[in-house]
Design a protein. Structure first.
Length: 295
C-alpha cells in the first residue's frame, strides 16, 4: 500500500515476489493494492495479469479489486468486460468503480459511453460531482465542449457542487475547441459561484483570451491572479506575452517577459519570440536584434 501511494510499482512487485517466495499467502487486499499500483503506472498488462491469476490462488476479487483493474485498462472494451464480469459475480459497482470506467472513457475520448455511464450511475444513486467531472473530461477530450458545459449545469441541477476541476475541464474544453468567449464566460461564472481558481484555471482562461485576441482580458486575468496570490507559471506568462505582442502591445509584452524572470521562471523561445516579431513589425529592427542577443 505504501508503494502504491508513492507510485513505486517495481518495488511493489518485488515485495509481492518476496512475499510469495517465503510461503506467505497473499490476500485480496494485497492483490487490490498491487493491481492499483501497477495500473497507475500504466502497466495495464501486468495489472490485468495479476487480476487473472487470483482464481488460481482461490481468491475472489471484491469491488476494490475490480475498480483497480478497470482503471488499469488501456481500452474501453476491456473495462466494460470487467464491469459486466463484476456484475455477474453478484457485485454492484460503486462511485469508485464508475469513476474508473470514466477514466478509461476519457483516455479514449468515448464521450457517448461516458454520458450513458453517468446516467446509469445516477439511476443507481451513485452520481456525484466527481463522476460529472469524469464524464466532462471524456467530452472535452472528444471536442464536445457543448456537452462539457451541459454537464456543468446538470451538476448544479442534481445538487452537486461543481469544484475547481469541474470548471477547469469546461474551460479547457472550450479553449481547445476555439470557443474562447465561452471559456471566459465559464471562468466568470466560476468566480460568481465563489469557486477558487487555481493556476490551471487562470492559464486556460489567459490562453483563451490570447487565442481570441482579447489581450486586455489576458492582462486583467494576470493582475487578478496576482491579487489572489495564485503563483503564475511559464505557461501563464507566455500566453499573456503572446496576447499582448499579437495585439502590437510590444512594450507590455516586454514588461511581462521581464516580470517572468523576476518571478524566478526560466524563459523559453515562446517567452520572447512574439515580442521580437511585434517589434520587428513595428520597424524596431535594431531594438529587436538587441533583445534577441540579450535573450
Amino acid at each position: 500500500s505504501a508503494c502504491e501511494r508513492s507510485q513505486q510499482w517495481p518495488a511493489a512487485l518485488q515485495l509481492f515476489d518476496e512475499l510469495t517466495a517465503t510461503g506467505l499467502r497473499p490476500d485480496v487486499i494485497t492483490y487490490s493494492s498491487l493491481i492499483s499500483s501497477v495500473g497507475k503506472a500504466q502497466q495495464w498488462q501486468a495489472a490485468l495479469g495479476l487480476f487473472a491469476e487470483m482464481p488460481s490462488r482461490r481468491l475472489t476479487p471484491n469491488v476494490v479489486t475490480y475498480s483497480a483493474a478497470i482503471r488499469a485498462c488501456e481500452d474501453l472494451r476491456s473495462a466494460e468486460w470487467l464491469l459486466e464480469h463484476m456484475r455477474s459475480s453478484g457485485l454492484q459497482p460503486n462511485e469508485v468503480t464508475y469513476n474508473a470506467v470514466l477514466v478509461v472513457c476519457a483516455r479514449g475520448a468515448h464521450w457517448e459511453e461516458a454520458l450513458a455511464l453517468l446516467l446509469e450511475a445516477r439511476r443507481g444513486a451513485c452520481s456525484d460531482a466527481f463522476l460529472c467531472n469524469g464524464a466532462a473530461a471524456a467530452c472535452a477530450r472528444a471536442g464536445r465542449w457543448d456537452f462539457a458545459l451541459h454537464l456543468l449545469q446538470a451538476a448544479r441541477q442534481w445538487h452537486h457542487r461543481p469544484d475547481v476541476t469541474s470548471y477547469n475541464t469546461a474551460i479547457n474544453a472550450c479553449e481547445r475547441c476555439e470557443q474562447w468567449q465561452k471559456a471566459l464566460q465559464v471562468f466568470a461564472e466560476m468566480k460568481a459561484y465563489k469557486v477558487g481558481a487555481d493556476v490551471i484555471s487562470y492559464s486556460n482562461a489567459i490562453s483563451a483570451a490570447q487565442r481570441g485576441s482579447y489581450w486586455d482580458a489576458a492582462l486583467w486575468l494576470l493582475a487578478d491572479m496576482r491579487s489572489r496570490t495564485v503563483p503564475a507559471n511559464l505557461i501563464t506568462f507566455n500566453a499573456a506575452i503572446c496576447a499582448t505582442a499579437t495585439a502590437h502591445q510590444w512594450e507590455r509584452a516586454l514588461q511581462l517577459a521581464c516580470e517572468l524572470q523576476s518571478a524566478g521562471l526560466q524563459p523559453d523561445q515562446r517567452s520572447f519570440r512574439p515580442t521580437l516579431d511585434a517589434m520587428w513589425a513595428k520597424g524596431l529592427k535594431r531594438e529587436a536584434v538587441a533583445l534577441y542577443r540579450r535573450a
